[in-house]
Design a binder for this molecule. Structure first.
Ligand code: HEM
Length: 382
């Protein structure tokens, strides 16, 4: 099955990428393409795309019973950027991941919107959310650098880059690439998730009004919006899960290389590239009732075990297993804090023309999004 003649791999990589781009670009979020609802599709001679949560488990989860691991494919290879996201070696990866932790605040966004949000043209929320998430990660990174430099590299620490402490030069180089990957992986994705959640809430006013009721019922002052209070808001958490299901910020395939392994009961020879993409599964009617509908309640029901038709594990926006998103807790925290702050302080509505925003979406590995213009009207004084 493995094809190795010279030049083929490059051609094949290009072909796979273009098929995957073409396939998803023709898959508008509200329309189904039957191709994506087969259990497995060969998208190139040596590349299989699976479409079941069981296959996803075989491909991405932690390995059990001594089964060989499926490493990230060469698509990730970035020799100049030896970051935690690109590294292939299992030991190096484990070391880089072992000590990562983070923090976040959303006050700046609210301040900005209070000053500028309710004009006749509203705001395109995409640059706004980009600014917010980049700013946050820049602040975070600078704080870590300052802290680290103050204490000196030889001082043992339990922060994000702890594994770098033994070698000054290695620390500097790795620090740059790790910081870059945090900025890249952490800001665009959260921005997309916020954009998706804003769009779907505006598209479904009943959901927005339920969320307003929950947030405004539990919160009396803005500084009560914390990790703890927002964790106890079931509807808010349902909104976030549902927005991530319908609009996963990383919609493209996450390729792994088979070491020669059984995946979803099929033996896949060594060297074959395999993937199971959340976007394909997260709208599959075999796993979801009303698959294209924004319906935050489904997550409350999944937790209560009532909705037999919905299979929560078919939506894996952060992937799973040892290479799953290291920043998922931070991302969920950011999403909870920002959405709660916005809903607490503002009424929101589409600026006319943005109601069909999803029809202009394209995928080029990440989403290419048209502007989403929203009017923010202050409702409470903080
Ligand atoms: C809603 C927001 C986010 C989503 C949907 C998301 C999604 C993902 C996914 C699907 C992966 C697996 C990629 C792969 O297999 O190639 C991943 C990996 C990663 N993410 Fe996120 N991410 C988000 C936010 C963040 C944040 C806030 C950070 C950090 C500041 C972050 C840092 C990373 C890193 C470093 C990796 C590589 C992990 C590894 O290979 O061990 N992500 N993310």
């Amino acid at each position: 099955m493995s094809l190795t003649f010279p030049g083929f791999q490059e051609f094949y990589k290009l072909l796979t990428t273009s098929i995957s781009i073409h396939w998803r670009n023709s898959l508008e979020p509200n329309k189904r393409l039957s191709l994506s609802f087969s259990d497995v599709v060969r998208i190139a001679p040596n590349d299989l795309s699976f479409n079941t949560p069981d296959a996803a488990r075989d491909i991405y989860y932690h390995v059990v019973n001594g089964r060989p691991k499926l490493l990230k494919s060469d698509d990730y290879e970035r020799k100049e950027l030896a970051s935690v996201a690109a590294v292939q070696d299992v030991g190096d990866h484990r070391m880089q991941r072992s000590s990562m932790s983070k923090a976040f605040s959303a006050a700046a966004l609210v301040e900005y919107l209070r000053m500028n949000g309710d004009g006749p043209h509203g705001f395109d929320v995409i640059p706004l959310y980009t600014w917010l998430t980049r700013r946050q990660h820049k602040v975070l990174t600078e704080e870590l650098v300052d802290e680290r430099m103050k204490r000196g590299v030889e001082v043992a620490a339990t922060d994000l880059f702890d594994h770098l402490r033994t070698d000054k030069q290695a620390m500097r180089e790795e620090f740059v690439s790790q910081s870059m990957i945090f900025l890249a992986a952490g800001s665009g994705t959260v921005q997309s998730a916020l954009t998706g959640a804003t769009f779907y809430l505006l598209k479904k006013p009943e959901a927005l009004s339920k969320l307003q009721k929950e947030v405004r019922g539990l919160i009396k002052k803005a500084d009560e919006i914390t990790d703890q209070t927002t964790s106890c808001m079931p509807y808010l958490n349902g909104v976030i899960q549902e927005a991530l299901r319908l609009f996963p910020p990383l919609p493209s395939r996450l390729p792994r290389v088979s070491p020669g392994a059984f995946i979803y009961g099929h033996y896949v020879p060594a060297g074959t590239v395999v993937s199971a993409t959340t976007y394909d599964m997260s709208r599959d009617p075999r796993y979801w009732s009303r698959p294209d509908e924004f319906w935050p309640e489904r997550w409350l029901s999944i937790q209560g075990g009532e909705f037999v038709n919905d299979r929560g594990e078919a939506s894996k926006p952060f992937s799973s297993g040892p290479r799953a998103c290291v920043g998922f807790k931070l991302a969920l925290l950011e999403l909870r804090l920002v959405l709660a702050r916005l809903v607490f302080a503002f009424d929101m509505e589409f600026v006319p023309g943005s109601e069909q925003w999803d029809e202009g979406l394209k995928v080029y590995f990440l989403w290419k999004k048209p502007p989403l213009r929203v009017r923010f009207t202050p409702v409470v004084s903080e």
